[in-house]
Design a protein around this ligand. Sequence first.
Ligand SMILES: [Ca+2]
Length: 245
Amino acid sequence: MTVERVLWYALVMCVTYRRLTAQPTVDTCSTDDDNNHQVQRMERMMSTIQTISERQMSLMEQMVSKQQALNQQEQTTSGRQTSLMEQIHCTLLSIDERGKGSNPEDVRCRQRHDDKQTCYRIVREAMNWEAARAYCRSYRDGMDLVSIESAEEHAFLASYITYLHGSCVEFHTSGRKDANGVWKWMATGQPFHFTSWASGQPDNTGHYCYIWNRRPGWNTWDDYKDANRCFLCEYDIALPTYCHK
Ligand SMILES: [Ca+2]
């Protein structure tokens, strides 16, 4: 029985009760005792209805409370599942990006403060500056020789190349002196703001800025003439926002 139905019965009983108590019955043989008896019966019925209604309300409240607890539990479980799926997706994206190198060491990615990751591809095939830049630019859209624009970026690259095994010691960057003698990152067209020149550098021995991987400390830039060197390409990738947690 629903609460509404109980209330409906209660209303009907109440109206009936009022009619019975407000008007004398048509039975001319009835007495005051009979009326009193009827009133008492009606009062007992009302009391019973009230008790049942209260019990039902109590049961309803318990059911609602249990349902709310179940809903909350489902939401928590669902939230955990979503979070795990997102983590798996981000891991797969990361593996996919790194897997694009011929060697797992060939690509490293760094999370930036905006919604992007910057990735670096190391190419261990020595080329001159123009050929190296053409290689990066033809590899994928948005890829160019590396531009090192902050201490954070420099530290990331330094830790990346310092522990590489192999014959690469010097790496091309997009850094080059323009016609006015201003050092610029050719990939962005921006002049150098952050620098990490080695001690005594630049000493005007060339127009190209390369980075060393074996040098005490992290001040590893030098200016020199063009030559066949290994190099670093840089590119950005956009990831879903949930990968930035
Ligand atoms: Ca130099």
